[in-house]
Design a protein around this ligand. Sequence first.
Ligand code: PRP
Ligand code: MG
Length: 245
Amino acid sequence: NNSKILGVNSGKRRFVSVRVQTTTEMRAMPEDRMLVFVPPHPLIKHWISVLRNEQTPCPIFKNAMAELGRLLMYEASRDWLPTIGGEIQSPMGVASVEFIDPREPVSIVPILRAGLALAEHASSILPATKTYHLGIVRDEETLQPTVYLNKLPEKFPEGSRVFVVDPMLATGGTVVAALELIKERGIDNKQIKVISAIAAPPALQKLSDKFPGLHVYAGILDPTVNDKGLILPGLGDAGDRSFGT
Ligand code: PRP
Ligand code: MG
């Protein structure tokens, strides 16, 4: 049931992207559903196309992934990062200003390896973040995820906002394992935004079933996953293509 996945009436189409346009539109979304946002932006389309191209060489692929991550994190921050107001002296006089509130903790959780490329610009666009690495790899046969590195804190600071960054949401095993580890450490679904390049139906269905209230940001939604767990048409193996292995 795709309308359940996306929290909108999907009609006959297999997928409907929820287009984030205005604050009012976002506030009108139901709060208890998992929602997927595919921000409509020509640069997002451009970088997805560069990533899909099998001719794209490794360094350009990695750069495209980083640029896509920057745009998606920018979109996901809209109406989510709290600001603090004040007054500041500009060269021309006193101005009312707003800064990102440094008292509100923001964390990045890149899922190694491929998440490192997508999260590359996180610390430059999001002031004062902490990065907690999570290494998860799928078994190539069973597609079961194994956690091989866990740098998550014992407890996240109260009121944390957490960006979970992984380019590919395929069968969903990896992102579900990551979210479970994060939730055990004092985080609710609504405190998490998943940032991904390409998301596929099995992963979105699992997220929708398990994490109501979660928001997922994707560059694009693809229709299927093959029996090797690769998204079709997808872009191949994001980790291998980012690091040239
Ligand atoms: C890939 C990808 C995701 C995961 C998605 O990682 O980067 O983390 O698989 O698959 P799933 O939704 O079916 O779990 P991979 O295991 O290839 O590790 P890597 O990033 O080190 O290449
Ligand atoms: Mg891989």
